[in-house]
Design a protein around this ligand. Structure first.
Ligand code: GLN
Length: 316
């Protein structure tokens, strides 16, 4: 199928979501993230897949209501919130939009660029982006992040205290990244920024939530379930462009080549993909590839992209 035209009728999409799920299920390659101790306990067999269309219709299969920490998927939505507040040019001046070609927590990527975070989807850029959320103090900044992400999801998202405590105790590398940004004069209060960022990554979501969040970006910034406008269409466009080039870290080119959609992964095993004007896709399964992207989520979303004709580069 080509990327033009609407999605097939509801029962057909249901059927294809089931097929995508069955297609990806046998792939047990990859490994659960364990550099954050609390994540190592995840059940590797969990697998959920959900499509939410821009009219709010949803298609779900598997463990779609199991909660997991959002991790780096949050970066996409915090970036959108900051772009909404500060505007395209103001954000671009401080955070780039180019792929680093390096791991999400690379320090080299910062050094190669005079401390200018190369994009908001790797940790350096994400920590700097979180620090840009307008707020009077850290508590207010955290509240703004949590409220903003909740509006994308259409419900109040809660913190996973255990994941937060576990990552806060072991995130020396992120603190080092923030200190390095500080040394280049690009971050004022590095430890505060890392703390809000760590909380943001520890918010609990379900696969269904992730699909609704993606559908909000697919729908020009209006949450199709609550009807609330969260960000502007311009901000959606800009955020999706950044996701296309950087959302899957150093594997972003491979992902775009195979799947042809903007997407963002998190190390708990969640992935969001966005078919602009059509639907958001949420997928979750904890086993990750070497770049930190869920293996089954990639398989399932790839299947759906082909079966539903979602690849943005397909003209026929
Ligand atoms: N909180 C994680 C970290 O900063 C997020 C990384 C990810 O999901 N890739 O290491």
């Amino acid at each position: 199928r080509a990327a033009t035209g609407p999605l097939p009728a509801h029962p057909r999409v249901d059927e294809l979501v089931e097929q995508a799920y069955r297609w990806a299920m046998p792939d047990t390659s990859g490994a659960v993230a364990d550099y954050i101790p609390a994540l190592a306990d995840a059940d590797p067999e969990l697998f959920g897949l959900c499509v939410v269309e821009v009219d709010g219709a949803s298609h779900a299969v598997g463990d779609v209501d199991v909660a997991f920490s959002i991790q780096s998927i949050s970066k996409a939505f915090v970036y959108a919130l900051v772009c909404e507040e500060l505007g395209h040019a103001g954000v671009l001046e401080r955070i780039g939009v180019d792929n680093t070609g390096l791991a999400f927590n690379s320090v080299m990527a910062i050094e190669l660029n005079d401390g200018h975070p190369r994009n908001p989807m790797v940790n350096a850029g994400a920590i700097a982006t979180t620090a840009m959320v307008p707020a009077a103090d850290p508590d207010a900044r955290w509240a703004a992040v949590r409220t903003g992400l909740s509006r994308f999801a259409g419900r109040d998202l809660a913190l996973d205290d255990e994941v937060y405590a576990s990552e806060a105790a072991t995130n020396q590398r992120n603190r080092a990244i923030a200190r390095l940004l500080e040394s280049y004069g690009r971050l004022e209060d590095p430890l505060e920024a890392v703390d809000v960022y760590t909380r943001q990554c520890s918010l609990l979501v379900t696969t269904r939530d992730v699909a609704v969040m993606g559908a909000t970006l697919a729908d020009g910034g209006v949450n199709p379930v609550t009807g609330e406008r969260v960000v502007s269409p311009d901000v959606c466009r800009d955020t999706l462009a950044v996701l296309a080039s950087t959302g899957m870290y150093e594997r972003s080119g491979t992902w775009l080549f195979e799947i042809g959609l903007p997407g963002k992964s998190g190390v708990a095993g969640g992935v969001v993909a966005v078919a602009p004007g059509k639907a958001g896709i949420g997928a979750f399964s904890p086993r990750l590839d070497a770049a930190g992207n869920s293996v089954r989520a990639q398989e399932a979303i790839g299947y759906l992209s082909r079966a539903l004709g979602l690849n943005l580069f397909a003209s026929a």
